[in-house]
Ligand binder design. Structure first.
Ligand SMILES: NC(=O)C1=CN([C@@H]2O[C@H](COP(=O)(O)OP(=O)(O)OC[C@H]3O[C@@H](n4cnc5c(N)ncnc54)[C@H](OP(=O)(O)O)[C@@H]3O)[C@@H](O)[C@H]2O)C=CC1
Ligand SMILES: O=C(O)[C@@H]1CCC=N1
Length: 271
């Protein structure tokens, strides 16, 4: 933990709260090093309750209290928020935007080209230290800024530095991905209930199965197809289930989901 690290969120919504809670749970900061502003009083109250951080009435106040300023409003409000705080931002600030699609160029236009800017795409599992994020540094960001961002995101999951051109793909895959997986868990649990299991048991088995399978991919380093083949006995149950998934085009649906979300991120960024 660094006592001098102060992190302020402009926008105290779901992603800001997930990151802030994750940073505290990881021991990276204590609650008194966090602050957030939001136009919605309820969002400020929830941020304070869930993170223990300070909430401010204005975005400027957050900027004045913070070394790291995280822009966590919806993409369409990023320009307005940055323009509002532009003259409170100085060389002492590292500005991190987590907004889908919003480019470093657009951030620089609104925050000032000389500002140290980093574009990040996190995801909500940061809340439970299982986040997956990508980031790209703006022109004025230093190598130390990159290290700090890697440390921040690394404290709540994994983080990859990528060329900015790939951040929309990161958004379509891991930024939006938790929602796809929640839908898959819901569907598996429904299947379990359909087959006669109690709902709570079905949901726990579904979620644990995803967790276990994901850990096997990460920890064995095997190709998922190899691990899949090891589950499927000849003429057995698994190949019957896999056949159903193939009939319904599950892999194609997932590829489409990532591509559609990536395209939407590009649209949000104006390209
Ligand atoms: N949720 C997720 O899983 C992820 C989100 N992101 C990105 O994070 C950003 C925030 O998303 P999310 O947390 O889901 O959104 P939320 O709507 O939960 O949070 C954004 C908050 O900012 C408030 N806000 C709007 N305008 C201002 C303003 N001028 N000053 C201060 N606060 C303001 C919002 O109010 P209002 O509702 O009126 O807008 C809202 O409470 C987005 O840009 C999104 O692309 C990135 C990765 C994952
Ligand atoms: O749905 C969205 O636009 C945001 C960005 C990635 C996840 N949630």
């Amino acid at each position: 933990m660094s006592d001098s690290l102060t992190i302020g969120f402009l926008g105290a919504g779901r992603m800001a709260t997930a990151l802030a809670r994750g940073f505290v749970a990881a021991g990276l900061v204590t609650a008194d090093q966090l602050s957030a502003s939001d136009v919605i009083e309820d969002a400020r109250r929830r941020f304070a309750e869930e993170t223990g951080g300070t909430t401010c009435e204005t975005n400027r106040e957050v900027v004045e209290r913070s070394g790291v300023v995280v822009v966590a409003v919806k993409p369409q409000y990023v320009g307005t928020v940055l323009a509002e705080v532009q003259d409170a931002l100085g060389p002492e600030h590292l500005v991190i935007s987590i907004a889908a699609g919003v480019t470093l160029e657009s951030l620089a236009n609104n925050a000032g080209g000389e500002r140290r800017l980093v574009r990040v795409m996190p995801n909500t599992p940061a809340l439970v230290q299982a986040g997956a994020a990508g980031f790209a540094l703006g022109g004025a960001a230093t190598a130390e800024d990159g290290e700090l961002v890697a440390r921040l995101l690394g404290s709540v999951g994994v983080a990859y530095q990528v060329p900015e051109s790939l951040l929309d793909a990161v958004t379509g895959l891991s930024g939006s991905g938790p929602a796809y997986v929640f839908q898959i868990i819901e569907g598996l649990a429904d299947g379990g209930v359909r087959a006669g299991l109690p709902r709570d048991v079905a949901q726990a088995l579904a979620a644990q199965t995803l967790l276990g399978a994901a850990r096997m991919v990460l920890e064995t380093g095997e190709h998922p197809a190899v691990l899949k083949d090891a589950v499927a006995s000849p003429g057995g149950t698994t190949i019957a289930g896999l056949h159903a998934l193939e009939r319904h085009g599950v892999r194609g649906a997932l590829i489409d989901a990532v591509m559609d979300a990536t395209c939407r991120a590009r649209e949000l960024g104006g390209s």
